[in-house]
Structures are given as structure tokens and as C-alpha cells.
Design a protein around this ligand. Structure first.
Ligand code: NAP
Length: 303
């Protein structure tokens, strides 16, 4: 595959940025990649494992001369990082981000983008519960979706180039408006994470169940909650604080559904429960047919 951007700068060197780097290496989409992370520890790790061609000592150094700058930091600090690098961006460059929330990031970042720079927000719908510079891998985005969320007046060449870039990393690409993005992701990602955090918190709180029993018998569904609930606390704190309206809207609906199920159980309404679970099973089949998960038993785990 041919080069899409000559110089790319990754700001933040965690799961998403490191996966992007290895995927760029695989595809040849970038000529030279610079990187920067807040702590010297992360920067040293990046140098040790060969993450980025050059690891810089400051964000402003990293973005100098870059044709594509990627903000891959928690959504709560996107605005501050944009303010720091804004004056140093190359005229004609594209600034993008990978944040899990879009409306708030666009509000926070846009004021710091110079007129001669194209801001094209994006969100790769791919991840794991791991974080940090050593957690990335080249295939993370393969066959996953990346949503591009360009403000109305965005240069269409810059949007198309970023679309080509994400395709070269293995993704399918769709374009969406920011409010819709935040509502959809609240249903598919943000609220499920909150529910997992809650369920693990409930189990921890149940004094009747000892920790060892929770761990010993965790294969029965609970361990899938614990995997999600092991996700990075900073990232997820910022997601909920930044996507407040959509989260509260979906949690309201979730609570209504939960009450309906609770009532059906209390009344012994087996038909209601059976119909409900038949419907949800069909949704799972749809996800498998769309190639977004494996139909192997137990998610393909050997045990
Ligand atoms: P991560 O593994 O926790 O890495 C975050 C990186 O940001 C670290 O390198 C951290 O540096 C750096 N950072 C934090 N504050 C900074 C600052 N003020 N200036 C410069 N660097 C800073 O996070 P991630 O999972 O890659 O997530 C990054 C972004 O992708 C988030 O916005 C998240 O919403 C989004 N996203 C995540 C997933 C997922 O499943 N994880 C999926 C899609 C999108 P230090 O190591 O030095 O602290």
C-alpha cells in the first residue's frame, strides 16, 4: 500500500496510538512517525520497544512538520493538548483525534485549530481492556469500524484522505454526525461499561459472597463483566463526564427495561421473559452475521 501521509505525529502513546503505529508499519501509510506522551516513563518505554521513529520530549516538537497529527489522549485533556500544539501545526496539516466522545471533543478542540489546518475528528471502534504503550498491536483495527465525524465545513479532500488512512489500517469507515455518534456509542459502549463496573462493584459489595468464591466461580458470565470493568479508569471517567446527556438518556431507558424484567420475574411472567430473551438472542446473531464477533462458544476461549 502506498504512503498516505509523509509525516504523522501521535500525541499520547497508549493502546490506540501504539496500535496505529504498528498498523502504519504494516501498511506503509506513513513515511515518518513522531510520538509524545506526558510521562518520561512512557516515552522511555516507547523508545525501548521501537514505538515511533522519533519519540520527542514535547508535544510541540512532535507536531512540527507533521501532515497528520493524532490526538490519542483521554478525552478530558484533548482541549488542553490542542491549545498547546495549535500554534505549531503545519499549514495545510490535518488534525484528528481518536476520542470515544465527539461533541465535547469538537467543542474543546475547535477553538484552538488555526484556519489553515483541517480538523477531522474520528473514532476507531476497537479496543481492549489494556492500556499503555506496550498494549498495542497491528491488527486491532482489522475489520472494525472507524467513524469519521467531520464538522460541516470540513475540507472534503482532507476527509477523504483520512478515510483512506483508516482503511489502510484495516478499518471500515463510516461518516456520522457528532450527536448521533454520542448516542449510538452510549448504547453500544459507554452504558455497557457502566453496567459492567456496577455489576463488579455489586459483587464486591456482597459480603455473603467471599472474594474467593467470586473469582472461583467467575466463568458463569461474571468474568466477562470483570474484563470490561478492568478498563482504564481515567479514560472511562472522562467518557462519562464528557458524554453526560447521552449516558443519562440511555441509563434512564435501561432502568425502565430493568424494572419491566424485575416485574415479570416477580409476577412469574415466563412468556415476557422468554420473548425478551428471544429478541436479544437475535441481536447477538446480527452482530455475528456482520462479522463483528466470533460465533465460537464462549467467545472462542478454550476454557
Ligand atoms: P491509554 O492507553 O490510557 O493511553 C493514553 C495516553 O495518553 C498515554 O500515553 C498518556 O501518557 C497520554 N496522555 C494522557 N494525558 C496526556 C497529556 N496531557 N499530554 C500528553 N499525553 C497524555 O489510552 P487509549 O486507550 O489509547 O485511549 C486514548 C484515546 O482513545 C482516548 O480518548 C479514548 O477515549 C480513545 N479510545 C479508546 C479505546 C479503548 O478501548 N481503549 C477505543 C477507542 C478510542 P502517560 O502514559 O505518560 O500517562
Amino acid at each position: 500500500m502506498s504512503q498516505i501521509y509523509e509525516r504523522v505525529a501521535l500525541i499520547g502513546l497508549g493502546l490506540i496510538a501504539s496500535s496505529m503505529f504498528w498498523a502504519m508499519r504494516r501498511s506503509g501509510a506513513a513515511g515518518h512517525v513522531t510520538g509524545y506522551a506526558r510521562s518520561s516513563e512512557t516515552r522511555d518505554t516507547a523508545r525501548r520497544i521501537g514505538l515511533c521513529d522519533t519519540v520527542c520530549g514535547s508535544a510541540t516538537d512532535a507536531v512540527k512538520g507533521a501532515d497528520l497529527v493524532v490526538l490519542a489522549v483521554p478525552v478530558g485533556v484533548m482541549g488542553a493538548v490542542a491549545a498547546e500544539i495549535g500554534p505549531h501545526l503545519k499549514p495545510g496539516a490535518t488534525l484528528t483525534d481518536v476520542g470515544s466522545v465527539k461533541t465535547r471533543v469538537i467543542e474543546d478542540v475547535s477553538p484552538h485549530v488555526p484556519d489553515n489546518v483541517h480538523f477531522v475528528p474520528a473514532h476507531p471502534i476497537a479496543g481492549t481492556e489494556h492500556s499503555g504503550p506496550e498494549s498495542g498491536f497491528a491488527t486491532l483495527f482489522d475489520n472494525r469500524w472507524c467513524l469519521i465525524v467531520p464538522p460541516n465545513d470540513t475540507d472534503s479532500d482532507a476527509v477523504q484522505r483520512l478515510e483512506r488512512f483508516w482503511r489502510s489500517l484495516g478499518s471500515h469507515v463510516d461518516v456520522m454526525d457528532p450527536e448521533h455518534h454520542d448516542l449510538v456509542l452510549s448504547v453500544t459502549s459507554h452504558c455497557p461499561h457502566l453496567i459492567a463496573y456496577t455489576m463488579v462493584g455489586v459483587a464486591d459489595d456482597l459480603r455473603r459472597v467471599t472474594d474467593s468464591e467470586v473469582i472461583k466461580y467467575s466463568a458463569a458470565g461474571f468474568r466477562d463483566f470483570t474484563r470490561i470493568a478492568a478498563s482504564d479508569p481515567t479514560m472511562w471517567r472522562d467518557v462519562f463526564l464528557s458524554n453526560k446527556d447521552a449516558t443519562l438518556e440511555i441509563l434512564g431507558r435501561f432502568t425502565e427495561e430493568l424494572f419491566a424484567l424485575q416485574r415479570a420475574i416477580r409476577r412469574g411472567d415466563g412468556d415476557f421473559l422468554y420473548d425478551y430473551f428471544t429478541h436479544t438472542r437475535a441481536i447477538r446473531r446480527g452482530i455475528i452475521e456482520a462479522g463483528q464477533d466470533t460465533d465460537a462458544p464462549n467467545f472462542g476461549r478454550s476454557r
